[in-house]
Design a protein around this ligand. Structure first.
Ligand code: MRU
Length: 339
């Protein structure tokens, strides 16, 4: 099964907060349920957020009682506002919502056809993501060689996308090509996407993986145990890659140790009209830091910072892998100029 699927007026996905202990499927029938699942990170990962937001609009359209087209469009606009208020950083969410709203505005058919159009467009967004991941896998695997030990951060796998994954998609393709590789996954405090989700995905595929805590990255690089880094992205702006907090630290360490640092992300993650200073970095609840599960680990009342993402300037990025190919820094400069 894909990570998210449309089944005749229901959106089905896996509750990622329950993995790896149990596989629980969520069946959502309205936009509010999807918005809540996004906020609570039952659904997470930039490309998956895009597909989920698109399907949430499809739910709003499919179950609408509106008779007039104008009424339906206004309902979709309200649903879009709710969805846009869930998480601010991954651009895919905004991109998918705006793509669907743009389609509805120029539409000249009747209300029923408009519902069909919204559902179809959401499905297209999901299908395109699955295809982009396979393409990125093929392009990116050319950078991975026998004997490589690849470090990845957070979860940029099938669970973060509609299918297959971005950074893990590249690793998967290299593995399917029978390259002899190993993966080092960082645990990714505070939400532990690496320890819970990346390790789960890689072990399911039989890809050798070693888990480290986030503060071990310097040591494993110093020991020359890592030959490449590959991560995903939540937003690629003109001057930087924005991804899970901790990515910047890894990139600086990689540069210091002359280790290539690759970012795999579909073009739906590109936001080249903006710079890093324009982006809102999500701040999450303090309890995510003061607690592990339901267990408090700190003295009460401690000051806490909890940004969910950080900013890695492009000078630390060796290349960006997208569905069009591998964009080394100079290619990315040209790509930006043509966008
Ligand atoms: O807070 P999350 O789990 O939604 O953050 C996810 C990440 O930072 C991923 O690295 C990113 O979305 C790329 S996923 C293909």
């Amino acid at each position: 099964m894909r990570t998210i699927e449309w089944r005749d007026g229901t959106v089905v996905t896996i509750d990622q907060t329950r993995l790896p202990r149990e596989t629980v499927f969520l069946e959502m029938r309205n936009c509010r349920e999807v918005a809540e699942a996004i906020k609570t990170m039952k659904i997470r990962g930039a490309p998956l957020l895009g597909a989920a937001a698109a399907f949430a609009l499809a739910l709003a359209a499919y179950h609408s009682k509106a008779e007039k087209k104008k009424e339906l469009i206004s309902e979709l606009e309200s649903a879009a506002e709710v969805l846009k208020g869930t998480r601010p950083t991954a651009v895919n969410l905004f991109w998918a919502i705006d793509r669907i709203l743009d389609k509805t505005r120029g539409f000249s058919g009747n209300t029923r056809d408009l519902v069909a159009l919204v559902v179809e467009e959401a499905q297209k967004i999901a299908d395109e993501d699955a295809t982009a991941n396979r393409l990125m896998g093929r392009h990116g695997a050319e950078l991975i060689h026998d004997g490589d030990v690849v470090l990845t951060h957070c979860n940029a796998g099938a669970l973060a996308t509609v299918d297959y994954g971005t950074a893990l998609g590249v690793i998967r393709t290299a593995w399917e090509q029978k390259k002899n590789i190993k993966v080092v996954a960082t645990e990714t405090r505070p939400k532990l996407q690496g320890a819970r989700l990346t390790v789960y995905e890689l072990r399911r595929d039989g890809i050798p993986v070693t888990l480290i805590t986030d503060n071990m990255v310097g040591y494993v690089m110093y020991k020359r145990w890592i030959s490449k880094v590959i991560v995903g992205a939540d937003r690629i702006v003109r001057d930087a890659v924005i991804n899970k907090v901790g990515t910047y630290t890894i990139a600086v360490l990689a540069k210091e140790h002359s280790i290539p640092f690759y970012v795999a992300a579909p073009k739906s993650t590109f936001d080249l009209a903006h710079a890093s200073t324009d982006v809102t970095i999500e701040e999450r609840r303090r309890e995510e830091v003061t607690h592990i599960g339901s267990q408090r680990i700190t003295p009460e009342g401690v000051n806490v910072l909890n940004p969910a993402f950080d900013v890695t300037p492009l000078e630390y990025v060796t290349a960006i892998i997208c569905e069009d190919g591998v964009l080394h820094r100079e290619d990315f400069v040209k790509f930006k100029a043509n966008t």
